[in-house]
Design a protein around this ligand. Structure first.
Ligand code: TXA
Ligand code: MG
Length: 351
């Protein structure tokens, strides 16, 4: 299959290109598109064969459910069997935006889309191209991140092409992504809302709307069975062996420098994920700053790109600083650390 790559500008959407993309999805095909979090791989959420195509294109196990993306508030009512009051409140507060809600599904959504579950994940993305595409495609677009299963989610169209070229009909290239980590997932099917995947919308932000919210223990602890099926799979793993070093900044820099020298002696190609505050103090290896600790959003945006760059550069051993402390004005520390821990297979050294 030849994949058509079409540039699209959120501020001046090419209507013809959008119509073509919408038709591809309506006819059962797949189109990758930008959202505010990461690029998505879209197919018709109400068509079970489209869901199967998505699983095949990603090489993803079919028990890992897909998020249904909508563009109108009222459409939540037709794919959910019941919409709790909490869902309405969250939709008013955060949609369109980087929040996914788990609800009981209606008969309209095929089990192929929900990985066999009786619940459905719903999100209204906050990206004009994404919203326009969903509308052109008929209103219900199932979209996982547009990467091969196990690789970092794509934050640029060139990474979508790297993974999906020849596997899907079209890629809408909307340039760089704004947030860079996948949406927050909150499960509203139990008595207390539970965060299954941390993201831009933090626990504190949800609690301001709902009161008490819990976090699935598997989010930051190793060895817990996660409630979101997708969170159990090895994810975002770079080809190099990644270790997180956590502790006081000066000690972390010294330890990473020591380990890098040792690894280089053994012939390894070493990469470092540092920050603007520390990058100058590293002495050897392929040093990359993820951004400034005073602006966590820049770190969130850079993380997946850096993991992919290390792959391209043939790095065999990677050391990263830890990011668990929420920085001023940020709040994405938990989401960053959750993805980093998964990428490292929970290999963390605490000094
Ligand atoms: O930001 C995002 O959410 C991106 C963009 C494209 O919208 N999408 C995304 O989809 O990250 P995906 O498929 O890569 O991740 C979806 C996650 C998986 O971990 C999956 O297991 C979980 O959502 N999920 C989906 N439906 C679920 C359900 N009914 N119950 C529990 N977890 C669910
Ligand atoms: Mg994904």
């Amino acid at each position: 299959m030849k994949t058509k790559i079409v540039p699209i500008d959120e501020k001046n959407i090419d209507k013809e290109a959008l119509k073509e993309a919408g038709m591809i999805i309506q006819k059962g095909g797949l189109v990758a598109f930008p959202t505010e979090t990461v690029y998505g791989l879209g197919g018709n959420a109400l068509d079970k064969s489209a869901a199967e195509k998505i699983y095949r294109a990603k090489g993803r196990p079919s028990d890992n459910p897909l998020i249904v993306h909508i563009c109108r508030m009222e459409d939540m009512n037709s794919i959910a069997a019941q919409v709790p009051e909490t869902a309405g409140k969250l939709a008013d507060a955060f949609w369109p935006g980087p929040l996914t809600m788990i609800l009981r599904k209606s008969g309209k959504v095929p089990y192929e889309t929900t990985g066999g579950l009786d619940t459905v994940a719903v999100r209204m993305p906050g990206h004009k191209t994404a919203l326009a595409l969903i509308e052109a495609a008929g209103g219900y677009v199932a979209a996982p991140s547009a990467n091969i299963s196990g690789r970092p989610s794509p934050t640029q169209a060139k990474y979508v092409a790297e993974d999906m070229y020849g596997r899907i009909e079209m890629i809408l290239d909307g340039g760089d992504i704004c947030i860079g980590l996948e949406s927050t997932i909150v499960d509203l099917t139990e008595r207390v809302p539970v965060i299954l995947r941390p993201g831009y919308v933090t626990k504190e932000m949800l609690e301001r709307v709902l009161g008490h919210v819990e976090i699935d223990r598997a989010v930051l602890e190793d060895g817990q069975a996660p409630k979101a099926p997708g969170m159990k799979y090895k994810h975002y793993a770079p080809k190099g062996d990644l270790t997180i070093i956590s502790g006081m900044q000066e000690k972390v820099v010294a330890e990473i420098n020591r380990r890098c020298r040792e690894m280089e002696k053994e012939g390894e190609k070493v990469g470092i994920i540092g920050t603007d505050e520390t990058a100058a103090f590293y002495e050897t290896g392929n040093i990359k700053s993820a951004g400034s600790r005073t602006e966590e959003s820049s770190i969130a945006r850079a993380l997946y790109r850096i993991l992919r760059e290390f792959d391209d550069e043939g790095v065999t051993v990677i050391y990263s600083e830890a990011f668990e402390e929420p920085a001023e004005g940020g709040g994405m520390g938990q989401a960053i650390m959750n993805r980093l821990l998964k990428a490292a297979g929970h290999h963390i050294v605490k000094l």
